[in-house]
Design a protein around this ligand. Structure first.
Ligand SMILES: [Zn+2]
Length: 111
């Protein structure tokens, strides 16, 4: 192998290392996104579970429907809390994260 060939090969490796470095940066960015998404889903899942638990509790046979409809109880407070923490409580998008703006469908539930 002459000096010219060695030089070309080293140049080629340099290019490949540059490309790998770039790919590594992209993967790192993707991983960050996945971790963020995972965290968001965990929080969302926690909210949905606690909502489900509370509402299953409300279905106990000794409470009649009238009482549930007229007395805003723990379940309602929980919904309000979930809304304030940035999640939809309306039927349209229940449990999905809200943007910063209020959702009219959610707000209707507070009236
Ligand atoms: Zn909503």
């Amino acid at each position: 192998m002459n000096k010219r060939q060695i030089f070309d090969q080293v140049s080629h490796m340099e290019t490949q290392i540059g490309e790998l470095y770039e790919q590594l940066g992209h993967l790192k960015g993707d991983l960050g996104g996945i971790i963020e998404e995972n965290h968001r889903l965990s929080v969302e899942n926690k909210h949905l579970r606690s909502y489900l638990d509370q509402n299953m509790g409300n279905l106990s046979p000794d409470k009649n429907d009238k009482e549930k409809a007229t007395v805003p109880g723990e379940g309602f407070d929980n919904l309000a809390r979930i809304y304030k923490e940035g999640f939809h409580i309306c039927h349209m998008q229940f449990g999905s994260p809200r943007t910063d703006e209020d959702c009219l469908f959610c707000l209707e539930l507070f009236d």
